[in-house]
Design a protein around this ligand. Structure first.
Ligand code: NAD
Length: 276
C-alpha cells in the first residue's frame, strides 16, 4: 500500500492515514468507502452513532479486498456504556459491519457524569481477549481520564482519537500519549472544512510545495506522528487526501504551522460532553 503503518503498543499495525465517514448517510457510505478503497485507503473509521456501519460493511464486502489487508475501526456510543450493554452493542456493530472482528474498538467519549468508562473498558478487555477486536482504545479522553483508566485496568489503550488540527494542536495530550505508548489519532484533521484550508499560512505553504491546502495540512499531521482520518465524499478529494507520501514539509513550514495554534475547539469539550 502507499500508506505507511505505525505499530501500536500491542504490536498491531495501523495505517497512518485512513478514511473517516462521520456524517455520511448509510446509503452514500457504501459508495464513498468503495471510492476510498479503490483509491488505496485500507483503514476506515466509523462508529455506531454514525449509522453507517452497514453501508461501510457492504463496501468492504463488495471490494473483494482480503480482510487482513483492511483496518476497520468502530466506536461504542455513550448510551451503551456499562459492562453488559457494551458487549451487546459490540455484537450489534459486528453484525451491521458483517465482520467477525474489528481491528480497533474505541470508547467514543468518556462521559464523565456517567462514570462508567472503567466498567465499559473491562468489557473491551474481554472483547480483545476473545480476538474480536485486534486492538482497543478510547476517543476524546483527557489525560485525567487516561490516568484513571490506566490505573484501574490492565490494557493500556492502543489509541486515543481526539480532535486535533492546526487550530487545536493538543500539545499536552500528545505528550501524555507519547509517555504512555498511546497512538494519537486526529479527528477533524482538516478542521471540518470550516476555513482552515483558506488560512493564508496554509495556502502559502501549499503554493510553495505545489500541493493543495488539504495535502499540506495532512503532511503536517503525518510529520507530527499523528494518525489521520480525513473525510470527503468527493472522489477527487478522496484521491487528493491520500496523495501525500511523496513530499515533505521543512522546518520553516512546521514553524509556520506551529504558530497557527489558537486552542480552538470545533467540537464538544470531553470534560462536559455528557450526551447519550
Ligand atoms: P475533516 O477535518 O476530515 O474535514 C472534512 C471536510 O473537509 C469535508 O466535509 C469537506 O468539507 C472538507 N474537505 C475534505 N477534503 C478536502 C479537500 N481535499 N479539499 C478541500 N476540502 C476538503 O472532518 P471530520 O469529518 O469531522 O473528521 C474526519 C473523521 O474523524 C470523521 O469522518 C470521523 O471518522 C472522525 N471523527 C471522530 C470524532 C470523535 O468524536 N471520535 C469526531 C469527529 C470526527
Amino acid at each position: 500500500s502507499k500508506v505507511p503503518s505505525i505499530t501500536l503498543n500491542n504490536g498491531v499495525s495501523m495505517p497512518q492515514l485512513g478514511f473517516g465517514v462521520w456524517q455520511v448517510p448509510d446509503d452514500e457510505a457504501e459508495k464513498a468507502v468503495g471510492t476510498a478503497l479503490e483509491a488505496g485507503y485500507r483503514s476506515i473509521d466509523t462508529a455506531a452513532i454514525y449509522e453507517n456501519e452497514a453501508g461501510t460493511g457492504r463496501a468492504i464486502a463488495a471490494s473483494g479486498i482480503a480482510r487482513e489487508e483492511l483496518f476497520v475501526t468502530t466506536k461504542l456510543w455513550n448510551s451503551e456504556q456499562g459492562h453488559d450493554s457494551t458487549l451487546r452493542a459490540f455484537d450489534a456493530s459486528l453484525e451491521r459491519l458483517g465482520l467477525d472482528y474489528v481491528d480497533l474498538y474505541l470508547i467514543h467519549w468518556p462521559v464523565p457524569e456517567k462514570d462508567a468508562y472503567v466498567d465499559t473498558y473491562r468489557a473491551f478487555e474481554k472483547i480483545l481477549a476473545d480476538g474480536r477486536a485486534k486492538a482497543i482504545g478510547v476517543s476524546n479522553f483527557l489525560p485525567a481520564h487516561l490516568e484513571r483508566l490506566i490505573g484501574e485496568t490492565s490494557v493500556v489503550p492502543a489509541v486515543n482519537q481526539i480532535e486535533l488540527h492546526p487550530w487545536f494542536q493538543q500539545a499536552e495530550s500528545r505528550a501524555f500519549h507519547a509517555e504512555h505508548g498511546i497512538a494519537t489519532e486526529a479527528w477533524s484533521p482538516l478542521g471540518q472544512g470550516k476555513g482552515l484550508l483558506e488560512v493564508p499560512t496554509v495556502v502559502e505553504v501549499a503554493r510553495k510545495h505545489g500541493r493543495t491546502p488539504a495535502q499540506v495540512v495532512l503532511r503536517w499531521h503525518l510529520q507530527l506522528g499523528n494518525v489521520v482520518i480525513p473525510k470527503s465524499v468527493t472522489p477527487s478529494r478522496i484521491e487528493e487526501n491520500i496523495d501525500v507520501f511523496d513530499f515533505e514539509l521543512d522546518d520553516e513550514d512546521l514553524a509556520a504551522f506551529a504558530a497557527l495554534d489558537e486552542g480552538r475547539r470545533l467540537g464538544p469539550d470531553p470534560a462536559t460532553f455528557n450526551v447519550g
